[in-house]
Ligand binder design. Structure first.
Ligand code: BEZ
Length: 387
């Protein structure tokens, strides 16, 4: 009798979802909260481009649902982030929030997402806390944690036998955590960070700090800058005459999406990142060709992360037949499947951060060329995450 009743219920549920499909599934409202102005503007645009490219490859539907976008320029300003994300969730009733680039903005978004249960996919911001103490079943990241590229470069530079390093970065979560990850591996490998320099985000008045580096004479410098700030820093470093005497290393954001503007000042720089321009795999070649055709631009790491945010969303939605209320099933599907990324296939950890290869790259002309794998299948330690 019990078996008969549950099969009746299952049949009714099937009929119900079939009739929903026949009526046409409701549109999926996607809230894009990204920077479209300021030093990270180009990063926001590349993420949106990548996301939309994958969507177009799925006939503009995820699990049978057409997609409607609501866009907010978050200006990389954490003080406006809570209001911005609340508007998307409460006023615009979005089903999912995609954002952001800046770690401070992403942490404010994650707090609201966690409290409201709204699905959130981070397509860039590396804030360790998002997949650490703030981790949640409904929060995912398709990019990296700030710790990951920093840690990988710490190992590389220690293995090179460098001993005394100065770090320089913006004073906010991304810079602090990138340096912390670097320092953890570098000091474990026998090196020493002799000075930590920083300036407020998005300040680009580097002169006094460059003078300090010249006077300190370390073996090398490790840095995190990105976007417009990275362009200016690399040019100023070369113009100050430091490039030849004190080698500059960085997490890969230093030279990604920036090489046209940096020109010869970037040539030869070594960085670590989960993407490069010369991977030469069929998957990446197809992606690069499609991106160049659609946008008349070469893709960068941000475009890949946006593309993969759309892939993750499609994967989860398919597993729940388009029904986002099934959070546990969505999460189980994402955790057990690989994302077939242009960067190379990667998995999503229990804390919802990519477990991925970190490449060592060197700038040659207009490309970040792969030199090798700095760290294979590197997983963020997810300190403080309880799931
Ligand atoms: C961040 O704020 O997390 C970030 C911004 C740009 C590039 C990488 C990380």
């Amino acid at each position: 009798m019990k078996v008969f009743r549950s099969s009746l219920l299952a049949a009714a549920a099937l009929l119900c979802s079939a009739s929903l499909l026949a009526q046409g599934a409701p549109k999926l409202k996607v809230g894009l909260m990204l920077p479209y102005t300021g030093t990270y503007a180009a990063l926001g645009t590349a993420i949106e481009n990548g996301f939309k490219l994958y969507l177009s490859e799925q006939s503009n539907q995820f699990a049978g649902r057409e997609v409607e976008f609501v866009k907010v320029d978050d200006e990389s300003d954490p003080s406006k982030a809570t209001d911005n994300v609340n508007k998307l969730i409460k006023r615009d009733n979005v089903d999912v929030i995609i954002g952001s680039v800046h770690s401070g903005v992403a942490m404010a978004m994650a707090k609201v997402a966690k409290e409201s249960g709204t699905l959130m996919i981070v397509p860039n911001a590396g804030a360790d806390a998002v997949t650490g103490p703030m981790c949640a079943q409904n929060i995912y990241r398709t990019s990296f944690s700030n710790w990951q590229p920093g840690y990988a470069m710490g190992e590389v530079m220690a293995k090179k036998g460098l001993k005394k390093v100065v770090t320089i970065t913006w004073k906010y979560a991304a810079g602090d955590e990138s340096v912390r990850g670097f320092k953890e591996a570098f000091e474990k490998g026998g090196g020493q960070v002799v000075k930590e320099l920083n300036l407020p985000f998005p300040n680009v008045e580097f002169q006094a700090l460059l003078t300090d580096i010249a006077a300190t004479k370390p073996d090398a410098v490790y840095t995190f800058f990105a976007g417009g700030g990275a362009v200016k820093f690399v040019k100023d470093y070369a113009a100050a005459g430091l490039k030849k005497s004190i080698p500059l290393y960085g997490s890969g954001f230093l030279t990604d999406g920036t090489l046209d503007a940096q020109g010869a000042a970037a040539d030869g720089l070594f960085t670590t990142l989960h993407y490069a321009d010369s991977l030469d795999t069929p998957r990446d070649k197809a992606f690069r060709l499609a991106y160049a055709k659609a946008y008349k631009l070469q893709p960068d790491v941000y475009a890949v992360q946006g593309y993969d945010a759309a892939q993750l969303l499609a994967l989860g939605l398919k597993a729940v037949n388009g029904d986002l209320s099934k959070k546990a099933e969505f999460s189980a599907a994402v955790e057990k499947n690989k994302i077939d990324s242009p960067r190379g296939p990667f998995t999503i950890s229990r804390a919802h951060n990519p477990v991925q290869d970190i490449y060592l790259r060197q700038v040659s002309g207009k490309e970040n060329k792969v030199v090798g794998i700095a760290s294979k299948a590197l997983a963020d330690p997810a300190r403080g995450c309880r799931l």
